[in-house]
Write a protein that binds this ligand. Sequence first.
Ligand code: PBG
Length: 330
Amino acid sequence: MMIYSRNRRLRVSAAIRSLVQETVLSTNDLVMPVFVMEGQNKQEAIASMPGIFRRTLDLTVQECRELYSLGVKGVNLYMKVSENLKDNTGKESWNDSGLMQDTIKAIKDAVPGMVVMPDVALDPYSIYGHDGIITNGKVDNDATNEALTKMAVSHAKAGADIVAPSDMMDGRVAAIRTGLEESGFTDVGILSYSAKYASSFYGPFRSALDSAPVDSQEIPQDKKTYQMDFHNSREAIDEVLKDVAEGADIIMIKPGMPYLDIVAKVRETIDLPIAVYNVSGEYAMLKAAAQNGWLDNDKAVIESLTCIKRAGADMIFTYAAKEAAILLNG
Ligand code: PBG
């Protein structure tokens, strides 16, 4: 039997393989999540995320300069808020001179080209560690939307390019869009976490920000009444289409690697840009294996990010953004 069609012909040399490559990862695809804390000239390592730190504002700005010079043009901001600033309303989140607002201003001043994307969600500001205001023991959707809108407008005033609501309340994209338009921030975009699943892969992030739901009979002990059920995929399409209709500019799917079927499905359904969040638990798994010598760190980083792009991501939020940029720059 003659074999006329041989797939291996196009794998004969590195040069041929490079000619037929469909997906190529570049620094243009990378967004770095950044953890910020109060104080000066301090950084704290996050134990479950080797290589990742909480930094004070001054060191965060320095880090942003470095990221930008490596070609990473987007940062996603998270604040670690001290306990005395937390309450059930999350009002510190729309304090125009809060840590987030100061951070946005400082980064835009020092690195004007950096696309600054603050996280919009109440959990770091909530005494309960939930993404919403608690009313009668439940996460109160509509009251939360009002708070998120004030927060997003305050971020826009500080100079945010794109606000990134990660809370999963219903109708919050429309509420935030209306708030931004009414305040004149017509050019500030919304990157909506549309299909965000209730996932065990967020553990290291919650310890980084001390933002896990607190242990109390009075509140839900998980986020399953607002984040999606991982058994479902059709529901993701419904969530995404609603956010598109409400005026989202970019759609986020989260987590990344175990959810690439969702990414591919959404890619076939919409034409807006898609962001994928390669979350803290995915990063922790890779680092743990690499530290044990069980995986080649650099190869696994580039492969996993390229595969997320192949599934349909236009941009990837990843804690490996900096090391990936260094690798990509050769
Ligand atoms: C909360 C938020 C979470 C993450 C980003 N924003 C955690 C959660 O929903 O509990 C997780 C990111 C990660 O794990 O890397 N609004």
